[in-house]
Design a protein around this ligand. Structure first.
Ligand code: GTP
Length: 400
């Protein structure tokens, strides 16, 4: 223990340098300079020699190492080579009001420069030269979560920081475990509700460690610090979007061995007379979506989650409605290559209903005759939709 009143020797800064210089001079004067070989050996033994000086950098390096180790542990299989892989499914999950719709809108806006109105059904967009993403919003409802756990490639787990984790979030993680556990990233929202900086820092830290305890040490957690003009901050969305665009997805053994399809949309194509005669009759339904997993053989029985087993009468390939860019020479995508395909959303003035398609035509483009539709009505109904009107990769017709 230092004697009372003795001054503390400084270890950093100008004073420390000065004192080390004077110590060296003293040693030189007394002729007791250490042997350079001994000095080099001592330096090699220095346990702190390879430790990062910066604490933040050490944490980041450890997190990256954990990520790499996890990836190594989880890739026992090689994904089959596919020239045109289907879009990856990014599932956005969280409690009501946490910001799922807002986040999907912001990400789609970032990738395609298109502002979505309402987010309904799957939204597919081109996210880069070689990748397409399908965003799906998952309600905090047990049935929806059970279905979503079966097809998600990446889960964005939204957490309301002002509330913390909810029971359903843990339930969903358990469901994911039973389906092979896809990649999971956390996103903290409602951080602008904190006025005290210290409390905000503590909350972030607590939630991060809780999240790491559930997933693994170093799992990626993003912070969205607030809303501006109904959108998350551009810089934070850009970081998240870039991370999603480059992240590697784990091929899950069961999924790559089975054909499956996430329906972008469906149509009831039963003959009208048949339904009129017997409203309870078996229906013919055409389901449109990208085929995932392995090849689908025509004639196999299909299982529709939550509905049961069905016989398939026909399968046909359709032109891709959201193809990847053909020329990869340019570094960035141009606006024409940033495609968006969301058949259920109100995109481009096209709305799909159960039994009709509506096209929204602005009033100034329409010249109504005196006997036609009343003036001012901007929606024209086209009648029952034809199968294959809006194109998709696979079409199935089923009856029970
Ligand atoms: N202050 C603040 N408001 C937010 C934040 N995130 C979302 N909101 C607001 O919360 C409201 C609900 O956002 P939505 O994106 O509709 O949430 P949701 O999870 O899709 O809600 P449901 O569709 O009901 O499940 C909107 O008014 C958003 O502006 C945030 O980080 N801070």
């Amino acid at each position: 223990m230092a004697a009372k009143g003795a001054s503390k020797k400084s270890k950093k800064g100008g004073k420390a340098k000065k004192s080390s210089k004077s110590a060296f001079k003293k040693q030189k004067d007394s002729g007791g300079l250490p042997d350079p070989a001994d000095e080099a050996a001592a330096r090699k033994r220095n346990p702190r020699a390879f430790v990062n000086a910066s604490r933040g950098k050490t944490i980041k390096l450890n997190a990256r190492k954990a990520e790499r180790d996890q990836r190594r542990m989880h890739v026992p299989t090689v994904e089959p080579v596919n020239d045109e892989p289907p879009p990856f499914v990014v599932l956005v999950h969280g409690p009501p009001g946490v910001g799922k719709t807002t986040l999907i809108r912001c990400l789609v806006r970032h990738y395609t420069k298109h502002s979505l109105g309402e987010v309904r059904g799957p939204v597919t967009c081109v996210s880069g030269k070689t990748r397409r993403l399908t965003f799906i919003e998952c309600r905090q409802d047990l049935n929806a979560m059970i279905d979503a756990a079966k097809f998600a490639d990446l889960v964005l787990l939204l957490i309301d920081a002002s509330f913390g984790f909810e029971m359903e979030t843990f339930e969903f993680l358990n469901l994911l475990q039973s389906h092979g556990f896809p990649k999971v990233m956390g996103v903290l929202t409602h951080l602008d509700g904190f006025t005290d900086a210290k409390r905000l820092k503590n909350t972030k830290k607590i939630l991060k460690h809780r999240f790491w305890a559930e997933i693994y040490q170093g799992a990626k957690l993003f912070y969205l610090s607030g809303i501006k003009n109904g959108r998350y901050l551009d810089r934070e969305v850009l970081n998240l979007a870039r991370f999603i665009a480059v992240t590697k997805f784990r091929p899950l053994t069961w999924r790559i061995a089975h054909p499956y399809l996430v329906a972008d949309r469906f149509e009831d194509i039963t003959a009208v007379d048949k339904v009129k005669a017997n409203p309870q009759c078996d229906r013919d339904v055409a389901v449109f979506g990208y085929l995932r997993g392995c090849n689908l053989k025509p004639g196999t029985r299909m299982h529709i989650a939550g509905a049961g087993d069905f016989a398939m009468t026909a399968v046909s390939g359709l032109p891709d409605p959201c193809p990847r860019p053909e020329t990869l020479r340019r570094k960035a995508l141009n606006d024409r290559q940033r495609l968006l395909y969301a058949p259920m959303a109100d995109l481009g003035g096209l709305v799909y209903d159960k039994d009709a398609v509506y096209i929204d035509i602005p009033d100034w483009k329409v010249q109504f005759s005196g006997h036609g539709q009343p003036e001012g009505e901007g929606e024209a109904m086209l009648g029952p939709p034809l199968p294959g009107l809006l194109l998709s990769v696979c079409k199935l017709t089923m009856n029970s």
